[in-house]
Design a protein. Sequence first.
Length: 120
Amino acid sequence: MLTMTGRIEREIMPKPEKHVFICLNSRPPNHPKGSCTANGAQDVLMEFGRQLEERQLFGRFKITRTSCLGPCELGPTVLIYPEGLMYTGVQPGDVREIIEEHLLGDRPVERLRVSPEVWG
């Protein structure tokens, strides 16, 4: 917004309660490490967006697409802060459970949680 003094002021963006990072890293086909995109990460991203919009939760939670988060061979990978909790093998059908249990209920979805050997 331009003020009368000619300065540009921005509206304050609300700080999200949780920030969801979704890996969209892509590697060539048959790469030994694999990639989240090849395993369906784009569909996971779209499902998060669809459900957050449908539930009018975009002010409370933020989604960010990222590059490699590490365990590519286990992807799609989703990382949620402020907890620093990583999920692997996430599919579009898991998104509702992550939103209900983790984002809204503060309870991790244990069946998708990456092992401590991968994410300490």
